[in-house]
Ligand binder design. Sequence first.
Ligand SMILES: NC(=O)c1ccc[n+]([C@@H]2O[C@H](COP(=O)([O-])OP(=O)(O)OC[C@H]3O[C@@H](n4cnc5c(N)ncnc54)[C@H](O)[C@@H]3O)[C@@H](O)[C@H]2O)c1
Length: 451
Amino acid sequence: MSNICVVGTGYVGLVTGVCFADLGNQVFCLDVNPDRVEKLSQGIMPIYEPGLNEIVLRNVNAGRLRFTMSYDEALEDAEFAFIAVGTPSGADGEADLQYVRSAAEGIADAIDHPIIIINKSTVPVGTGDWVTEVVSKRRAGKPLDFKVVSNPEFLREGSAINDFMVPDRVVLGSTDQEAAKSVAHLYLSLRCPVVITDLRTAEMIKYASNAFLATRISFINEIANICEELGADVEQVAVGMGLDKRIGSAFLNAGIGWGGSCFPKDVKALAHMAVLHGTHPQLLQAVMEINRNQRRQVVYRLRKVLKSLSDKTIAILGLSFKPNTDDIREAPSLEIIHLLQNEGAIVRCYDPQAIDNARQVFSEEYQKKSVVLCSSAIEAVSGADALVLTTEWNEFKNLDFEQVKSAMRSPVIVDGRNLWNPEVMQKNGFIYYSIGRGNYNQQAQTGENGQ
Ligand SMILES: NC(=O)c1ccc[n+]([C@@H]2O[C@H](COP(=O)([O-])OP(=O)(O)OC[C@H]3O[C@@H](n4cnc5c(N)ncnc54)[C@H](O)[C@@H]3O)[C@@H](O)[C@H]2O)c1
């Protein structure tokens, strides 16, 4: 059993804290956001993540998990301090390290015993060394016995607890191998491969992993666009490719592209680091450009079928960047809504979990003008000239399409996630477009859609 403090209680910090508590450790989760700490102390989850509520309550009741805003309280007995604060994009695409700095300084100020500081936030290569400097400077004259370890996090929102408890691997980087081994010990019961490297290599593993996954999605989207023109079906192409063991089937889903709190900022930050150090990240630039283009394709398709989008009503199903999360950071839906508004369209949105977060993004004034937040899919499609599926939530799989069609003004669907079966949709009388299923899209174009 160890004493752990986790600084930052967002998607990563909260999951990390509660999972370490569930493994039998004493954990303090620390955050500077009073509302967040207050809610957590009352058992109210600040984020939507399947299974989180139960595991938090179990560990709070067992006395292993506490929430606080006080660095002094959280670090009093801590042997390990994890930093899990946000690292958003700065103006130029670089990672903004202001929260990491304040977390490191907070730890430096509060502690007087030996400690291992572990960076779980996704940070540019070299940040581990920089954190060492920040803490040392802060403690000039009163040196602190501390080591810094990089421990990048690979969990996915929507399956975060399982990803933490059953990881493919744990990566640890440090200039001090003993410190890395002490952190490895915390993960011992998970029985997963542990990769121990130097600090910079561990930091790069995280960026390279996210950039590679984003690349796979942009790759299949490029293939999808070619399929579309050549009358091939990207879904079957992906199945045929994925069965090759050298390729595998994950992250080969064509659609409106990747978004969320990680891929966009991490690919940008990696490209920024590369340019800053004199290399040409051409592949990364292309990966980002293809992704932007996938959103534009939706608007292009709608414009083609509806002629003009001015004063047209478009229903958007799904706001979160993927199913099973309420996170809308850099969600494709937001970019598409923005493009539609620029064309003068009125947008009616629905999402099973993300409406509250969307309300904060779209101000009331904005909502009055052109964005209507709805409480069901049917409400969203009512009177719509077209429906765009932006997030493949389970509840959208089996909509009552007769009801959908009769609620809409015209039966146009752009399925941005290839969720529905083109034949079924065409039989239901929809003008149905999806991504890279060129054989069906060409039928929709020429009106051979069974209407
Ligand atoms: N969200 C993911 O799926 C995911 C997955 C892997 C890695 N990451 C990385 O993990 C890091 C955290 O991401 P997140 O999504 O959990 O962020 P988040 O925005 O959900 O949470 C960050 C939390 O840190 C708190 N905070 C900021 N400054 C603080 C300080 N000085 N002291 C204490 N608390 C402070 C904020 O109030 C907030 O609650 C990022 O670097 C991200 O790239 C995220």
